[in-house]
Write a protein that binds this ligand. Sequence first.
Ligand code: FAD
Length: 472
Amino acid sequence: MGKVGGFLELEAVAANKRPVAERLGDWQEFETLPNEATLAEQGARCIDCGIPFCNTGCPLGNLIPDWNDGVYRGDWRAAWESLEATNNFPEITGRICPAPCEAACVVAIDDDAVTIKNLERAVADRAAEEGWLAPQPASRPTGKTVAIVGSGPAGLAAAQQLARVGHAVTVFERDDRVGGLLTHGIPDFKLDKTLVERREAQLRAEGVSFRVGVEVGREISVATLQSDFDALLIATGARNPRDLVVPGRELGGIHFAMDYLTAQNRANAAHSRVPGRYCAKERRVVVVGGGDTGSDCVGTARRQGAESVINLEIVPEPPAERDASTPWPHWPLLLRTSSSHEEGCERLFAMSTERFVGAAGQVERLCCVGVEPDPGGGFRRIAGSEHEIEADLVLLALGFGHDSEAGWLGELGVALDGRGNVAVDAATMATNIPGVFAAGDRQRGQSLVVWAIADGRRAAAGIDAHLMGETT
Ligand code: FAD
């Protein structure tokens, strides 16, 4: 815990956001941390609550009161050791996690939560500055080999855990760069890609081999992986976009959000310009879908110089305060306004798109209708609420299904659950095929980085126990 009574005398201080006009001019991260003295005060707000619900609110079981206390006392090394004990990539979750830990913080019952996420980022950034991220290679090899398919946070967390206990790990990645959605989906203004590259270098130094540009099921067969490796982890994510199958969908100027975001991330990495079809400059942009992906499209379109941005959401506007249906310490149902929304966008709720209309093969407007929840399920249209929205660029951010690698998963004979996710034993992440494990979005469905890391760690423990008979 922090200072006795600290939460009674000290206010929560949020991260600083760069001014909107400034941050729209570049792709740099938009948040900066308070100074060290203020961070120590934030650590001091952690209370002796007896049962730290933050610890279980976090899928990783992060030892949050311990590192809060370390920051308060100025013992950054101790804070780092307790943070690193449960989280492979805290500099990443410290930037982009929605922080279910803060929703579960006891102080948040009737005050602002301890600013756990900022403290996490501060400790992780300090560790990097101090050189505490040095590689931790295993003292001796086990002689066992593991193939991991997919280099997103689930695959990377598993790879690190397995390499550190001495297994020879090879990660197969179909993209040209490591990181999965950390690299290709999440915009640079939320997550600087040098952080992912730094972890890649650390993993390589710990003995992990990466084979990028190799798609399992295409460049290499799963039968080869099964014969060449002692265990196999499926960590292939869920990147197949849901479509909006309505008349006019074939018109030009309508793109999936991930194609759009990936194009911009690739352009940033190559210091080049984004292809014209993915550039929102001086265009009227409509983002269909209001989740994280939709919000990232809004921020990207603003930075590209969009004339206007409208974000459509089919669900009704959530309440401004925590809803009674999600009492503390649950993740609250409430209206969330992201930094991208703050950068300038009109948000329209309870709105459904019925068709796209255009000319000369190019989209010009969306025909929309107001909707309300249907007690029988789904949404029903509100007669008389039809209207049109003009648009030159439409981005579809309607969520994701699974990648189309059903071929090689089918070949493997892996069982799926009722939602099409790879079915696993929840404790070990083992599938129905001996020696084959699964983690992350491919096993859980589209989720969060913190869950992917947690799943990857659990799968690594399951694999280690499978290979060695026990695991530490
Ligand atoms: P992924 O990150 O998807 O990685 C899977 C990897 O497997 C990919 O690199 C893919 O190329 C590779 N692969 C697939 N098939 C094969 C194959 N056959 N052979 C070889 N390689 C293969 N979460 C948050 O917590 N905070 C956020 O702010 C946030 N923002 C997001 C923004 C966007 C735009 C999106 C799309 C998601 C966001 N998420 C966010 C969710 C988060 O990114 C995912 O939950 C997380 O990345 C899942 O990790 P993963 O390792 O399971 O899969």
